[in-house]
Design a protein around this ligand. Structure first.
Ligand SMILES: NC(=O)c1ccc[n+]([C@@H]2O[C@H](COP(=O)([O-])OP(=O)(O)OC[C@H]3O[C@@H](n4cnc5c(N)ncnc54)[C@H](O)[C@@H]3O)[C@@H](O)[C@H]2O)c1
Length: 331
């Protein structure tokens, strides 16, 4: 069986999804690539062999020749296009975040529940990253004892957008909100946000969160780290700690030094995670069985944390995270 995929948004992520399906996920065909900028869509179609190019996202979602949809357009289009996918009964892999507005997330939850079918997966691909998965397995086996704290670092070379600290919380940190929730098995209770006063306009955003179960999580989002794309993490348990290990291709010995290199962005760091996420998504659609991926509910939860984080940034206070009770549909 061949799954016919439509991709909406042919920028950095849309192009990478197209490459992954073409090169690394058997049993898929790229039926259509859509971008508001048709030249971008055409360039991605040329390099991947996608069959058609359009500029209207609804033409993708409502195309009878498209079985499943990837949304990789900017954040503000995620929830409306996800709602259109639910209305058309099309499985959708929506890039993170589901929305920057929890009310929009709630509308997606309501529509998905009303449809009676789980059609939405959110692109929180870190759940599929071998280094996070290894630490989660260690916790499940009890190797580290009870989890106590999770230190997270998320560093980019330079801002990919006009930097505002709110974006670090609403667009970048949702990856950490989701993976920490998944790793620790608990929702968040509160968040405080700090920035070094000496850091200038693009100063890192530093968050301290408490989970309902009583773990502490700290997250540094440093969008202007300059030296490389670098995601780190250390899980602190009662009996020991575990660090995430980024893929290292070679240790270089040169000029009285030993070193390895950093990627310029997230794609090489999470190459395995993206591939495994997309493969698992296709397998789920074909088999009807769920995978590790984040649901619309998980998307809502990380947006609820981000909203509390923005309030904490503005008020300088610790802010409680408020969420609706989890609907039975997502249990
Ligand atoms: N999972 C991850 O690790 C990860 C990493 C980076 C970005 N993202 C998410 O992926 C999304 C895309 O990010 P990007 O870095 O590829 O951005 P980008 O700017 O490179 O690409 C976005 C593309 O969408 C197109 N577009 C804009 N409006 C559109 C519309 N209405 N219909 C169709 N196309 C439209 C733009 O022309 C552009 O080509 C963002 O929501 C971002 O948060 C996820």
């Amino acid at each position: 069986m061949t799954l016919r995929i439509g991709i909406i948004g042919a920028g950095i992520m849309g192009a990478d999804h197209a490459r992954i399906f073409t090169e690394e996920v058997p049993g898929t065909v790229l039926q259509v690539i859509c971008d508001a900028d048709q030249k971008r869509a055409a360039a991605v179609a040329d390099s991947t062999g996608a069959l058609h190019v359009v500029s209207d996202p609804l033409a993708v979602i409502n195309d009878a020749a498209v079985d499943a949809v990837v949304i990789a357009a900017p954040d503000q289009f995620h929830a409306p296009l996800t709602l259109a996918c639910i209305a058309a009964s099309k499985p959708v892999l929506c890039e993170k975040p589901l929305s920057q507005d929890s009310k929009e997330c709630l509308a997606v939850l309501a529509a998905e529940e009303k449809s009676g079918r789980h059609t939405v997966q959110i692109g929180f691909m870190r759940r599929f990253d071998p280094s996070y998965a290894e630490i989660k397995s260690m916790l499940a086996r009890g190797d580290l004892g009870k989890a106590l704290m999770f230190h997270c670092f998320h560093r980019n070379v330079a801002p990919a957008y006009d930097f505002r600290p709110e974006m670090a919380i609403c667009n970048s940190a949702p990856h950490e909100f989701d993976v920490a929730r998944w790793m620790l098995g608990s929702d968040f209770k509160s968040i405080s946000v700090f920035r070094p006063p000496s850091g200038g306009e693009t100063a890192p955003v530093f968050m301290v969160l408490e989970t309902v179960a009583g773990h502490l999580v700290n997250i540094e989002v440093n969008i202007s780290a300059t030296y490389g794309y670098d995601v780190r993490g250390e899980l602190v348990g009662e009996k020991g700690t575990a660090f995430l290990r980024a893929p290292v291709k070679a240790d270089v010995n040169l000029g009285l030094q030993q070193f390895n290199t950093y990627p310029a962005d997230w794609r090489p760091r999470f190459v395995d995670a993206y591939r495994q996420q997309n493969s698992a998504w296709v397998k789920s659609i074909n088999t009807g069985k769920p995978n590790l991926g984040a649901s619309a509910w998980d998307g809502y939860c990380s947006t609820a944390v981000a909203e509390a984080g923005v309030e904490a940034l503005h008020s300088g206070k610790t802010v409680a995270v408020t969420q609706i009770a989890k609907p039975n549909f997502y249990l």
